[in-house]
Ligand binder design. Structure first.
Ligand SMILES: Nc1ncnc2c1ncn2[C@@H]1O[C@H](COP(=O)(O)OP(=O)(O)OP(=O)(O)O)[C@@H](O)[C@H]1O
Ligand SMILES: Nc1ncnc2c1ncn2[C@@H]1O[C@H](COP(=O)(O)OP(=O)(O)OP(=O)(O)O)[C@@H](O)[C@H]1O
Ligand SMILES: [Mg+2]
Ligand SMILES: [Mg+2]
Lengths: 150, 147, 147, 150
């Protein structure tokens, strides 16, 4: 499976953006504070991470300041199929997951993503400043990583 | 279950050893399960072995990458995202890093955020981001826009 | 004692605000004592204010530096050492960083470890280190050896 | 006061080194793993940091592999005076502080350094990867920093 397009609406520093990901090794660059890490946050957000793992103390802080709702959609290509997986934060603060426009539970979406091979862990999604943690963590914590990999 | 973990560990340690050798141009590594948990050992070429907490920032970054690449061989993910994993790497190691990512991108989708010229020169596609009028804007999705 | 802390906080917050303005070319900062402890607020130029945990890696680095420079005005140390505090800074911010260190070096002794060309170009003296025959060697103590 | 010279014997990756620090802004650079951070460790070692703060699980790990003793001396200029402050790890593992060659207690040395204005804290000695911690620490921890500064 491959992540073809990321569509962002009012998520963090993005008002509206459509980001196609070409095949091959892709790099994202730009000045400090431009929004590079926020793109990673947008992907991880749809893939289930909670606010605290996205540099936000609560879900509302993920919504672009001045807006009242946010949504990120991932267009995924899985063999011949094209699947849209999205997550929205409504003005109420309620979170809604959708697959191809139809509302689904978080559990169902996580299962679907896992089936397509998207494992969103600390050894597949390395956040800024976190690369050395694999070496600096205690052997006990690393044993837990082994559990996940097994 | 315990047997699964044991067998995984054996393969993971072997893959880790290989990745260390590839990334550092020599030396080796080992992962070992003890009463303390999963211990990591790294031996760098032309250097006296020291415990991993004494390694330098750049050496820790590459050792962690070796672990990730080893894990990928056992439990592949469809997508890998690295946010400035090369922040502490010097020019030579940036090249080793991005070449390892290039190899990984043959088997999985790989996105790397980087500010390093030595890394950006080697990728297939570059996406630029800037902040304008208080919002993030994508300025290019191109081949080698930065070189 | 509590009065000393209160007065220190007032001066520290003012100095922090000034350093934020200098390092970011605008905006401001505030340090406030609440039931939760010492809270930090940063407002960046042309950007909507967000909580400090939402700041980018580079923005956090500069904000931390602003705090350190503010603290220096209140409780000066004879020596400051920065180990790759510019690791996450882009070229423009490296210049701002090293110029702030240069200003600091008029009042204290400052040593910075860095791999960044934009930083190294601006310092007064460069000390080079390499690993040869398994030992660290100092290769130069010179003016602008890297430019 | 100013730190004029750092003299290192068998400390971490250094066998023997004499490092003069010129006046003005000084930068240290070189390849990964060459020994840059170890120089910072050497200074902090004399100024009282324990092994765990120097990327070592115990004092013995600070001694250069293959040697059995380590010593770092700091030559400090304090107005007209020149003072040598050193710390040694003996083969027994015992630590010895000296001022101008005479043995002193850790407390005496820390007091002397403080009198000369050497404050070795997390906001004067920023270790690798630690710069953002001032922003990322809890308000409670930052309040403790304020205590130190007051
Ligand atoms: N809810 C929000 N509304 C508006 N802006 C936000 C929101 N959350 C975060 N931001 C902005 O996003 C910016 C940080 O973006 P990001 O972390 O992606 O930067 P970056 O490109 O990774 O930079 P660096 O190179 O320094 O790591 C911050 O300046 C912050 O102002
Ligand atoms: N007791 C010791 N004996 C011998 N070598 C040691 C000892 N302790 C640490 N080292 C070596 O010191 C090296 C790390 O040095 P240091 O952390 O100073 O590197 P650095 O120049 O800061 O690199 P980077 O740019 O990656 O941060 C390690 O490779 C390690 O092998
Ligand atoms: Mg970032
Ligand atoms: Mg270092």
């Amino acid at each position: 499976a491959a992540l073809d397009i990321i569509r962002i609406v009012n998520f963090k520093s993005f008002r509206r953006a459509v980001i196609p990901l070409p095949a091959g090794l892709v790099a994202i660059t730009g000045p400090n504070g431009s929004g590079k890490s926020n793109i990673l946050d947008a992907i991880a957000f749809v893939m289930g991470w909670r606010a605290s793992r996205l540099r936000a103390s609560k879900m509302e802080n993920l919504v672009r300041k001045g807006s009242n709702a946010a949504e990120v959609s991932l267009l995924i290509r899985n063999s011949a199929e094209r699947i849209s997986v999205s997550r929205e934060i409504r003005p109420s603060g309620e979170g809604v997951y959708r697959v191809n426009g139809k509302r689904r539970s978080a559990t169902e979406v996580m299962e679907l993503l896992r089936e397509m091979g998207f494992l969103v862990d600390r050894y597949t999604f390395v956040t800024q400043g976190d690369i050395t943690s694999i070496v600096e963590m205690s052997p006990r914590e690393r044993a837990r990583l082994l559990e996940e990999i097994s | 279950r315990e047997e699964v973990v044991e067998r995984t560990l054996e393969r993971l340690s072997g893959a880790f050893d290989e990745q260390i050798r590839l990334l550092f141009g020599g030396g080796g590594g080992e992962l070992r399960l003890t009463e303390r948990g999963l211990e990591m050992r790294v031996r760098l070429p032309s250097k006296k072995p020291v415990s991993i907490d004494s390694l330098s920032g750049g050496e820790k970054s590459l050792s962690a990458l070796a672990f990730i690449l080893a894990a990928q061989r056992l439990r592949p993910s469809s997508l890998y995202v690295f946010d400035e994993a090369d922040a502490m790497l010097d020019g030579v190691n940036c090249k080793r890093y991005v070449r390892a990512l290039k190899e990984l991108s043959k088997r999985a989708q790989v996105v790397a955020i980087s500010l390093k010229k030595e890394t950006l020169e080697e990728v297939d596609h570059l996406i630029g981001v800037t902040m304008r009028d208080g919002e993030s804007k994508i300025v290019a999705v191109s081949r080698e826009a930065a070189s």
